[in-house]
Write a protein that binds this ligand. Structure first.
Ligand SMILES: Nc1ncnc2c1ncn2[C@@H]1O[C@H](COP(=O)(O)OP(=O)(O)OP(=O)(O)O)[C@@H](O)[C@H]1O
Ligand SMILES: [Mg+2]
Length: 339
């Protein structure tokens, strides 16, 4: 066993409590948990049966005794008890080799949260076992994770498109100068595909299938090469299972309205950006992060619409939690970026 006494005592952790995915970073170890924010409950007792990937498998396959819930919606906690259970489970999982010292936790909140929501996240983490809780806004954590110079007198623009929210923020001098948080993000794109399949193909598809279509062939505009995807659902007229092939052009059409809403928000944020910072963004470009950054053609579309350089961050799904990890290494030094 290769752990030192000090690593047994130091058990600080960073958490990206996302609408779609929860990631946990342990100081000295890196990302140790990356699981869907999904909990399967036994209906009558509300006892968790499965948490994370295992619960996601059950989504859409529930029986009368099992309820599968996503405790976060639109980037905020929708079900406190279940969120706490989930946090407790993940914290316990990473704590198993530790002595009984409760961890310090850096945890993210969306940039648009209210004071009440912020308190709710803090309390959930405390009740789930944290000794001290530090809150950081998601785009700030993402920017730190990416390695942007957040403390300098240089403006950086980060667009973090998650499951529940798209957050657009301009950061300089350890603060968020202007930001926007909209509820048009990954979940809404998925839902747009569900609706489209119903309308256009008379096919009822589940969230998981719609998400697979989105990730496989979804795009923010025309692609150089047309893509196809085979999917299964329930044919609505005859109520029988059916397989059909969809193509990227029609899925782009299904996503167009939501994509436009995100682009409009980027524009509005740019309009509110002070000129000196706008000049920095013109030099340095916009950084795209979060799972939505992987939507095909989104970077190109943003370049066309804003005439600014656009860069997709490396490993966009882990930027936020890697940011919390960097903060853990120097909580005192990062005091100014914490809430
Ligand atoms: N290749 C892809 N193309 C399009 N969307 C994708 C792709 N991969 C993942 N996504 C979407 O990214 C979203 C998850 O991203 P992420 O993990 O950053 O969200 P989150 O942090 O949990 O949510 P939030 O920040 O809103 O609370 C999901 O909606 C998922 O469908
Ligand atoms: Mg996120």
């Amino acid at each position: 066993m290769a752990f030192s006494f000090s690593s047994m005592l130091s058990n600080d952790i960073g958490i990206d409590l996302g609408t779609a995915n929860t990631l946990v970073f342990v100081k000295g170890q890196g990302i140790v948990i990356n699981e869907p924010s999904i909990v399967a409950l036994e209906k009558h007792s509300r006892k968790p049966l499965a948490i994370g990937a295992q619960a996601k498998e059950m989504l859409g396959r529930e029986n009368p005794d099992i309820e599968v819930v996503r405790p976060l919606r639109d980037g905020v906690i929708a079900d406190f008890d279940v969120t706490e259970e989930m946090l407790r489970f993940f914290i316990k999982k990473v704590q198993k080799n530790k002595l009984l010292v409760r961890p310090r936790i850096v945890i993210c909140v969306p940039s648009g949260v209210t004071a009440v929501e912020m308190r709710a996240v803090r309390e959930s983490a405390e009740r789930a076992g944290a000794r001290e809780v530090y809150l950081i806004k998601e785009p700030m954590a993402a920017a730190i994770g990416i390695g942007l110079p957040v403390e300098d007198a240089i403006g950086s623009m980060v667009i973090d498109i998650g499951g529940g929210t798209a957050e657009i923020a301009v950061i300089a001098l350890s603060g968020i100068v202007t930001s926007r948080s909209i509820k048009t993000a990954g979940d809404e794109l998925t839902e747009a595909i569900v609706q489209f399949m119903k309308r256009k193909h008379n096919l009822l598809v589940g969230q998981r299938t719609a998400e697979q279509i989105k990730c496989a062939i979804g795009s923010a505009g025309a692609l150089d090469e047309e893509l196809q995807h085979t999917c299964r659902g329930l044919e609505l007229v005859q109520s029988i299972p059916k397989t059909i092939i969809v193509d990227s052009t029609e899925i782009a059409e299904a996503l167009a309205e939501s994509v436009s809403a995100i682009i409009d928000s980027v524009r509005q944020t740019l309009e509110q950006t002070p000129p000196e910072l706008a000049a920095d963004i013109l030099d340095r470009g916009i950084i795209l992060t979060g799972g939505g950054a992987l939507l095909k053609g989104l970077d190109r579309r943003l370049v066309e619409e804003t005439s600014l350089p656009v860069i997709v961050a490396d490993d966009p799904l882990t930027c936020v939690v890697r940011g919390t990890g960097k903060v853990l290494d120097n909580i005192e030094g990062y005091q100014k970026v914490l809430e």
